[in-house]
Design a protein around this ligand. Structure first.
Ligand code: NDP
Length: 451
């Protein structure tokens, strides 16, 4: 263990101070793959961890745009191109005030292993800006996206780097970004995924991550001989793209999702949340969840300032299965304790790294089913790759075809993770299974491609 602590410190020294969440992700991977590094000298000899934990390049740029009052606004834009051993760089763009280089390095690093796990030919990247689309007019969002793409277009291309959406970047933003890329380059090509369907997007891309999490969970529960989701109370956090589609698929399977959350509070409707109303409030009107009570007064809304100290109200509601689908580190050790005490049997991460290290360890120690983000939420990037394939071959696949292929791919990922865990003597530990399986494929490609 001492040896790995030293290795982690060495890798940390190669990076910058803003990188707390990145270190958290890196440390987890390093601890998981320790047996592999120990048993096979080839990874050490080729300095794979050092090469894998430093991005190929970090592009940082200024984004200047006019707001509706003709004031000049300035933001910072980033693209972290982490690793392209397996295919073109691929990963989302996040527009949120909290975005900085450290967060994007964490997300980009996770993306390498996630994309590797899919078995598809895609590398890992992430990007975004500290721009906040919330409260901005459509015109302002368009101005910002145009200015962002003025710089980003130099570094991307269908065979180079193919960005997609993430927090704050949905179909509207992707549309404006794509429009500007097309204008600058005069080229209509699959340079972004998550495009609206009528100009090159794939059917089911919006649903893909949320549906994928549930497909993964059903497969995991089956492998682990636990009861399926049908008829079970489920708690979900977030009220964005991932959360709402996870809720939708839970309903398809006959489960009862009773919660969702946004950055201001938690909504609990014990009869099952009203999905159509949530879509109206969060995707169309973009208002607070508190508005839900105007239609369903018997539901309960807990604002953030009434959350338990060091925890999140949503994880203190009893459930069979929990689905954190909002943001990183939203499920703490205190929350994990409450979930376990209330009999929760399964936790699947829809968001990227939503559980703190202590929370993950609590789930693993309790031996409940725990699906880590890099495996469970791979559905988004899987359908993004399907979008790239459709664009390259000028084809349009039906909803059923995409859904069948997504389901099949999520089941394959789950089985690969479970088998890898078994092969390395940690049966049932999907964290180690995902890290080892994802790492091995990229590392072997890096070795084969030389220095
Ligand atoms: P959205 O922007 O659509 O939704 C995010 C949701 O989480 C919103 O309801 C938002 O609340 C809430 N939220 C954001 N930040 C916080 C915070 N600090 N505290 C509490 N709530 C917060 O994002 P997505 O659904 O697309 O993404 C959610 C997560 O899933 C992210 O971790 C993302 O990286 C990950 N992910 C997304 C994929 C995709 O395909 N979209 C693919 C793989 C992973 P509010 O409405 O108040 O803003």
């Amino acid at each position: 263990m001492k040896k790995y602590k030293e290795d982690i410190q060495k890798l940390k020294n190669l990076n910058c101070k803003e990188d707390d969440v990145f270190f958290q992700a890196m440390e987890e991977v390093l601890l998981s793959i320790a047996p592999l590094l120990k048993s096979d000298e080839v990874y050490k000899k080729n300095a794979i961890m050092e090469r894998l934990t430093i991005p190929d390049r970090v592009i940082k740029f200024k984004v200047t745009w006019f707001d509706d009052n003709q004031n000049v606004q300035v933001n910072t834009g980033y693209r972290v191109q982490f690793n392209n051993a397996l295919g073109p760089y691929k990963g989302g763009l996040r527009f949120h005030p909290s975005v900085n280089e450290g967060i994007l390095k964490f997300l980009g690093f996770e993306q390498i292993l996630k994309n590797s796990l899919t078995g598809l030919p895609i590398g890992g990247a992430k990007g975004g800006s500290d721009f906040d689309p919330k409260g901005k007019s459509d015109f302002e969002v368009m101005k910002f996206c145009s200015a962002f793409m003025t710089e980003l277009h130099k570094y991307i291309g269908p065979r180079i780097d193919v960005p997609a959406g993430d927090i704050g970047v949905g179909g509207r933003e992707i549309g404006y970004l794509f429009g500007e890329y097309k204008k600058i380059t005069s080229s209509f090509e699959g340079v972004l995924t998550g495009k609206p369907y009528f100009f090159g997007g794939s059917l089911m891309r919006p649903e893909a991550t949320g549906y994928g999490v549930i497909y993964f969970t059903e497969t995991m529960l089956k492998i682990e001989k636990a009861e399926p989701l049908k008829g079970k109370i489920c708690t979900v956090s977030g009220a964005g793209n991932v959360a709402l589609h996870a809720i939708e698929k839970l309903y398809h399977l006959g489960a009862i999702p009773v919660t969702c959350t946004d950055s201001k509070g938690t909504l609990h409707d014990p009869r099952g949340v009203d999905l159509e109303l949530l879509k109206e409030l969060k995707l169309k009107k973009r208002v607070s969840l508190e508005e839900y009570l105007k239609t369903h007064s018997e539901a309960k809304y807990t604002p953030v300032d009434e959350y338990p100290e060091g925890g999140h109200a949503v994880w203190h509601i009893p459930c069979y299965a929990a689905f954190p689908c909002a943001t990183q580190n939203e499920l703490t050790a205190l929350d994990a304790k409450a979930l376990l005490k209330n009999g929760c049997k399964s936790v699947s991460e829809g968001a990227n790294m939503p559980s703190t290290t202590e929370a993950v360890n609590a789930f693993l120690d309790a031996k409940i089913c725990f699906a880590p983000a890099k495996a469970a939420n791979a559905g988004g990037v899987v359908v993004s790759e399907f979008e790239m394939s459709q664009n390259a071959s000028m084809q349009r696949w039906s909803f059923e075809k995409v859904d069948d292929k997504l389901k099949d791919t999520m089941q394959q990922i789950c089985k690969r993770v479970a088998l890898t865990a078994r092969d390395y003597g940690v049966e049932g530990n999907y964290v180690d299974g995902a890290n080892i399986a994802g790492f091995k494929k990229v590392a072997d490609a890096m070795i084969a491609e030389g220095i």
